[in-house]
Write a protein that binds this ligand. Structure first.
Ligand SMILES: *Cc1c(COP(=O)(O)O)cnc(C)c1O
Length: 356
């Protein structure tokens, strides 16, 4: 039986992506060659790469003057690449979660880092607001969706300096105004494809701001100049990303998926608020993530944690155990997680309440 996969990452992918990728592993484009065996310099593979880039552009409505890259190293390597390339004097960061703090740690290796606000002391139960972005910073870095704590910045914020956004866990979940960003980046394994590839959407004019010699593989400029083919790219992972992008287009693009995502998250948050046993640990309901829904048992029921996980497991639900830094539960309801799966989880919550 196929499970209801609420994994935080790697996570559920569309059946369309799994089937087509499995097919291409055996025989890519009727060439008699596997996608794992094909040359990354071949015409067949270059057209996969270019189609993936073109679809990324189409889905996010990326304006001219931006390049789309597929890169190795996940989001975490870009925590390093961003300051390596762009932190010349000082960078500003918003500390809204564990991933943000990891990005801050790397940036400190390269220069002054000004943390404009942090919710760390409150275990990241909200997205800090009311801060000022320093106008003398080289850039301002945010994490749009805090995968572990279940908070999200759902608007494209205004920044007087280039805005750099880790969008690993909410990329392609809603329309974005790309023109407000200097760089949008992340790992693919939450909402796009398998682990092993990441993406970057970079404003080309940013490349003029590079202030120090950068090793080739960490240089955005080198990757742009080589159309993500400076070295051997993760061909299989890129192929899978292309399938997800095709699936998204077929579904009606980001407006359509956003509507579905809002419906899924509303259904789940409504149940968390209604059910007498569960609660949200977040202090500001406006921050609730549409992608990672974090919830806990109320203190009086806290000892029933394992029982709920057992019940969920019996329904084919996997991946809802909360991150160790939060406890409780986390339902990651990325694009490919169906409304049906959310209904099964909500059903389990109702059953748990009536049984207890
Ligand atoms: C998962 C995740 C990361 C880490 O991604 P890697 O590809 O493993 O480096 C970084 N930021 C966010 C917001 C994430 O969800």
């Amino acid at each position: 039986m196929k499970k209801h996969i609420f994994n935080p990452g790697p996570s559920v992918l569309p059946e369309f992506t799994l089937k087509n990728t499995a097919g291409a592993v055996m025989d890519f484009n009727n060439t008699g060659i596997s996608i794992m065996e094909v040359s990354h310099r071949s015409k067949d593979f270059e057209s996969v790469l270019n189609e993936a880039i073109a679809l990324f552009r189409e889905m996010l409505d990326i304006p001219a003057g931006y390049s789309v890259l597929f890169l190795h190293g996940g989001a975490s390597l870009q925590f390093v690449m961003i300051p390596y390339n762009f932190l010349n004097r000082k960078a500003a960061y918003l500390d809204s979660g564990s991933w943000a703090s990891k990005a801050i740690k790397e940036a400190k290796l390269f220069g002054e880092v000004q943390v404009v606000a942090s919710s760390k002391e409150q275990n990241y139960t909200f997205v800090p607001s009311g801060y000022t972005i320093p106008e003398d910073a080289d850039y301002f870095h945010i994490t749009t969706n805090n995968t572990i704590f279940g908070t999200e910045i759902k608007k494209d914020i205004d920044s007087p300096v280039p805005l750099m956004a880790d969008t690993s866990s909410d990329i392609l979940s809603r329309p974005m105004d790309v023109s407000k960003y200097g760089l949008i980046y992340g790992g693919a394994q939450k909402n796009l494809g398998p682990a092993g590839v990441g993406f970057a959407i970079i404003k080309d004019s940013m490349l003029e701001n590079v202030g120090r010699p950068v090793p080739s593989l960490l240089s955005y400029k080198i990757h742009v100049e080589n159309n993500s083919l400076y070295n051997t790219p993760p061909c299989l992972a890129i192929y899978a990303c292309l399938q997800t992008l095709k699936w998204l287009r077929e579904l009606g693009g980001l407006q359509a998926i956003h509507k579905i995502n809002l419906e899924k998250s509303r259904m789940l948050y409504d149940e968390i608020d209604r059910n007498r046993m569960f609660m949200s640990p977040l202090t500001n309901a406006d921050d609730r993530s549409v992608m990672n829904v974090v919830f806990v048992l109320k203190p009086e029921y806290a000892e029933l944690q394992e029982q709920f996980l057992e019940l969920a497991k019996s329904k084919g639900i996997v991946g809802i155990k909360g991150h160790r830094s939060v406890g409780g539960f986390r339902a990651s309801i990325y694009n490919a997680l169906s409304l049906e799966s959310v209904k099964v989880l909500v059903g389990a919550m109702k059953e748990f309440e009536s049984r207890s």
